[in-house]
Unconditional design. Structure first.
Length: 198
C-alpha cells in the first residue's frame, strides 16, 4: 500500500461490494478528492486489490467484511477494513504487527520507531519510508490508531471485536501467514481490540 486510503473510500467500496452503489460512485468520489490522475489510478488499484481481488480467498474476506459492516454497523469497520488490508497487502500486516508490538510494550510509540523497525527488516529505502507513512496514516483514518497532542501514536479506547470480526481477522491472517492456525489473544494483529463476548 503505497498510498493513503481514507475510511470514506473504504465505506463506498464496501457498499459497492454489497451492491448498494456502483463502482462509478467510488470513482466519482476519488475524482473529487484526488486531483492528480496518476495518484487516483494508484489509489483505485489499491482499493480494487482489497475489495475486488481475483483471488477467491481474498474476495471471501471482502464479501464477509462488507456483510459484517451491514450487520454490526460502524463499530465493525476497523476490524473489517483491517482484515481486507491484511489479506491483500502483507506490508500493511507487517506494519500493523510492528505497531501492535510497540504499543503492547510501551503504550505509545512514534512514527520514527515504526520506521526504524521497518528499515531494519526491509532496508532503508524511500519506498519503505513512504509505504510505512501511508500505512499508519491509513490506520489513523480507519480508527485503528489515535494520536496524542505531542504526536505519539496511541491505541483507541473504543475498538470492540465481535465473534464474526475475530473470525474475519483470523481468515485474513491465514492468507497473510499462509497458515490456518487461529490467532492467539496476544497477537500483535489484534492489539487494541477488545472482544465483545465472554
Amino acid at each position: 500500500m503505497d498510498r493513503f486510503i481514507s475510511a470514506e473510500w473504504m465505506d463506498i467500496a464496501a457498499e459497492a461490494v454489497r451492491g448498494e452503489v456502483s463502482m462509478a460512485e467510488l470513482e466519482a468520489r476519488l475524482q473529487l478528492d484526488i486531483s492528480a490522475a496518476s495518484v487516483r489510478v494508484k489509489t483505485r488499484g489499491i482499493l480494487s486489490r482489497m475489495w475486488l481481488s481475483s483471488s477467491a480467498a481474498q474476495i471471501g474476506v471482502a464479501m464477509e467484511a462488507a456483510s459484517i459492516i451491514r450487520r454490526e454497523g460502524d463499530a465493525a469497520k476497523p476490524a473489517a477494513y483491517c482484515s481486507v488490508a491484511i489479506a491483500a497487502y502483507p506490508y500493511f500486516a507487517e506494519v500493523r504487527e510492528t505497531v501492535g508490538r510497540l504499543l503492547r510494550t510501551h503504550e505509545t510509540c512514534t512514527a520514527g520507531e515504526i520506521h526504524r523497525r521497518m528499515f531494519e527488516r526491509h532496508g532503508k529505502r524511500s519506498t519503505i519510508d513512504q509505504a510505512t507513512s501511508y500505512t499508519f496514516k491509513t490506520m489513523l483514518s480507519w480508527g485503528l490508531l489515535t494520536r496524542s497532542a505531542d504526536g505519539r501514536f496511541l491505541l483507541p479506547t473504543d475498538l470492540t471485536l465481535s465473534r464474526d470480526g475475530f473470525a474475519l481477522i483470523n481468515q485474513a491472517a491465514s492468507i497473510y501467514r499462509q497458515s490456518p492456525q487461529e490467532l492467539a489473544s496476544g497477537e500483535p494483529l489484534l492489539t487494541g481490540f477488545r472482544r465483545s463476548w465472554v
